[in-house]
Design a protein around this ligand. Structure first.
Ligand SMILES: NC(=O)C[C@H](N)C(=O)O
Length: 378
């Protein structure tokens, strides 16, 4: 039986307390019992940490490189780089996948969903390391599909690879673990911890492709982390507008990506071709369009869309603002807008996930409209 316990020396200045024991999933039962008894005696919160990859788990060519890096660190190696957390919580970790977040697909989402669902039963907090490029899609998916009750589910990434000068990964991960272990994080659902800020996973968006301050949330940050202290600006709350899907996905090691309907996103621009829209519509079960303003598209494109039999969500290129229902086009002869639905404040990539979930649940047009009306669209 392999012994997966490892001793880790951290960068903590206090050598005496700078060693702690990490557990990976799969210890023998006696050892697990002993460690559980120790945990209970100490009454430290139990935190589950999942690794999925991203820049936080990447290495570059040299300390000055902040681009052109590749994923190369396991979650165990990442945990070796953080300050001592042995007095804050007990941790258990698991590698779900180890990829740049551009590779995260429906089967990865299902494996994160299954990991979080299982960990909710026995852990006080959950941390997930993830690439920042598509992090907001995963947090939106998890908030839309899991009711985590009191247990905080904290996503974290970084903008600089682990090898760079002033890499932000270790501090971001340390903060995420502290946030997950902190009582004041309970009842807040899916959180994102990045660059000292705490945000709601439902609302957050990546707004800068390069800086450390890469995430923005127009609804406001929920709190911050300074000098080992977690501060929240508001009492616990979850996004009221979030529709909760009860997927009931069973653990499937290979994921169930094929079960998720295909939804494509098209980017609106001057002279957008109705032919392109019709062509793409033949290859999917639903379509999202990033319209030019609050739902505006060339009239010939609107006319082509209104003839389609699949649902089409009108989202927006602009980061802020929303697409209201009142701006949806109507069919010239029937004056109906059957298959056309406004995304409200949801951006194209979140609209895509929401439509996928609706189609996965086999919702009809009225039900889909109702779900999007939660986000002030419909
Ligand atoms: N900062 C990052 O994590 C970007 C990276 N390409 C990713 O999303 O995996």
């Amino acid at each position: 039986m392999p012994n997966n316990d490892i001793e880790i020396t951290t960068i903590c200045a206090d050598l005496e307390s700078s060693k702690f024991t990490l557990l990976s999933s799969g210890h023998d039962a006696d050892e697990q019992d002993r460690l559980n008894a120790e945990r209970l005696a100490k009454k430290l919160p139990k935190i589950k940490i999942f690794g999925t990859g991203g820049t936080i788990a990447s290495k570059g060519a040299s300390a000055s490189h902040t681009a052109g890096y590749h994923v190369d660190l396991t979650i165990q190696e990442l945990l070796e780089s953080i300050p001592d957390i042995s007095k804050i919580c007990d941790i258990d970790y698991e590698q779900l996948c180890n990829v740049d977040s551009k590779e995260i697909d429906e089967s990865s989402l299902v494996s994160i969903y299954n990991g979080v669902s299982a960990a909710l039963q026995t852990f006080d907090g959950i941390v997930i390391t993830h690439g920042t490029d598509t992090l907001a899609e995963t947090t939106f998916f998890i908030e839309s599909t899991i009711d985590s009750g009191d247990v905080p589910v904290v996503f974290v990434g970084s903008m600089r690879p682990s090898t760079s000068v002033s890499a932000d990964g270790p501090m971001n991960l340390y903060q995420a673990i502290c946030i997950a272990a902190d009582k004041s994080s309970r009842g807040r659902g899916v959180l994102v911890s990045l660059n000292d800020q705490i945000s709601a996973g439902y609302y957050i968006t990546k707004t800068n492709a390069n800086t450390l301050d890469s995430f923005n949330v127009r609804q406001g940050y929920l709190g911050n982390f300074v000098n080992n202290e977690v501060h929240y600006y508001w009492p616990p709350a979850k996004p009221e507008v979030c529709h909760k899907f009860k997927l009931g996905l069973s653990p499937a090691p290979n994921g169930s990506s094929s079960n998720f309907p295909t939804v494509h996103v098209l980017y609106g621009h001057q002279s957008l071709s109705p032919e392109l829209v019709k062509l793409v519509a033949q290859t999917c079960e639903g379509l999202v369009i990033a319209t030019m303003g609050a739902g505006s598209l060339p009239s010939i494109v609107n006319d082509a869309i209104l003839e389609l039999s699949i649902p089409v969500i009108y989202s927006k290129r602009s980061m802020d603002g929303m697409v209201p229902r009142a701006n949806m086009p109507k069919h010239k002869s029937t004056a109906t807008r059957n298959n056309v639905i406004a995304s409200g404040h949801l951006n194209p990539e979140k609209s895509r996930i929401l439509l996928q979930l609706c189609l996965f649940e086999r919702f009809g047009l009225n039900e889909i409209r109702e779900v999007f009306s939660n986000a002030y669209g419909g």
